[in-house]
Design a protein around this ligand. Structure first.
Ligand code: NCD
Ligand code: ZN
Length: 350
């Protein structure tokens, strides 16, 4: 019998559950089921739905729909293109933070660069601004932060240059944190040929030298975020494959496998998947929210996944760490592949 370990419920600050608008890819029920199956008890959903969540009505509608379907705890980020600053006041207490896209990705909701400072000025909240900012905009981000200090989380750092920019910003005392995705840790541009359109993701998969830099500087990276971004196989195999990979169900096993190989410590795992994400969003965690994981080896199989998209870039890979049980605030909500709780039993966080 493999050893069974108990961990606190994991927290993922970057998921795209596609609900409302693109529920053929995922919805609040299937996406939050995938979260539980992956050991995540709290997730933060991004605003790049088919229609960007840029006003209080759209946000309230989205939250109320989530309330009836979600099986883990969930928080939301607000969206902006810089033309809805008057909405901020009304939504501060309903969200976890603000998401700003400075590079092209799913949805195409990219902010005009000169608007960044205006957005920063208008966001009069201690809640973080989550930036999709790849290395091409690092100077803009630094100069904006120097002018207007707002708690900022740089999503999915993927290259040496990008992480160096975050390290420098931290050294300069700017209030920044950053995250890395499992795919930038476990896949590189070498996998692009094998995975074809399934490897299409923003930021792009990088050369192994960048990947090595991330692994060598894990302590400079605050959190691991799945960036769970499901698209159907049909979409991925189309002439214009969209950006994004599913990740909720494979993140913990990949990290536990790396732990077994001596590449990351248990303490680092806990910091990056639980304690620091909680700190970033000022979340009070519940000691009765915990997961049990069997440290056995198994193969990732598409047919075992709960995500509606039904595929994983890691299918066929052998990993360690099977999520056996999940307790949400003391209630058993997941066991051996089965969701044991009703849609809507998750709590909304803000
Ligand atoms: C994400 C998506 O599909 O919503 N895609 C991606 O490639 N990561 C958007 C994002 O986080 O950039
Ligand atoms: Zn992004």
């Amino acid at each position: 019998m493999a050893e069974v370990i108990t961990l606190p419920g994991l927290i993922d600050l970057h998921v795209h559950l596609r609900d409302p608008g693109q529920t053929h890819k995922e919805d609040f029920y299937t996406g939050s089921s995938a979260a539980l199956a992956g050991g995540f008890t709290t997730i933060v959903d991004m605003p790049n739905n088919q229609r960007l969540i840029t006003n209080s009505e759209l946000l309230v509608e989205k939250i109320s729909s989530a309330k009836s379907k979600t099986v883990c705890d969930i928080g939301f980020n607000f969206g902006t293109l810089g033309d809805n600053l008057d909405q901020f006041e009304a939504i501060y207490d309903k969200v976890v933070g603000l998401k700003v896209y400075l590079n092209i990705t799913t949805g195409g909701f990219i902010v005009d660069k000169p608007k960044l400072a205006e957005i920063y000025k208008a966001w009069e909240s201690d809640k973080p601004i989550f930036l999709h900012a790849e290395e091409d905009v690092s100077d803009l981000v630094t100069s904006t932060l120097r002018e207007i200090e707002r708690k900022t989380h740089i999503c999915h750092v993927s290259s040496e240059d990008e992480l160096k920019f975050v390290m420098k910003a931290k050294e300069a005392g700017l209030p920044v944190t950053c995250g890395v995705t499992p795919h930038h840790l476990f896949l590189s541009d070498k996998d692009t040929e094998r995975l074809g359109p399934y490897a299409n993701v923003k930021p792009y998969l990088k050369p192994e030298s960048d990947q090595k830099f991330l692994w060598d500087h894990l302590d400079a990276i605050d959190i691991i975020e799945s960036d769970h971004a499901p698209h159907t196989r049909q979409e991925k195999e189309s002439n214009e494959p969209p950006f994004g990979l599913p990740g909720l169900e494979t993140t913990l096993p990949l990290i536990l496998t790396a732990e077994a190989e001596g590449r990351i410590s248990r303490q680092q795992l806990l910091e990056k998947l639980h304690f620091t994400p909680a700190k970033i969003i000022n979340l009070e965690t519940n000691p009765e929210t915990k997961i049990e994981v069997s440290m056995e080896e198994y193969e990732i199989k598409n047919e075992d996944l709960k995500t509606k998209c039904g595929w994983s870039p890691y299918a066929g890979k052998k990993v360690i760490g099977k999520i056996e049980r999940v307790n949400l605030r003391g209630q058993l909500v997941y066991e051996h592949g089965k969701i044991l709780t009703q849609p809507g039993s998750g709590k909304t966080i803000s």
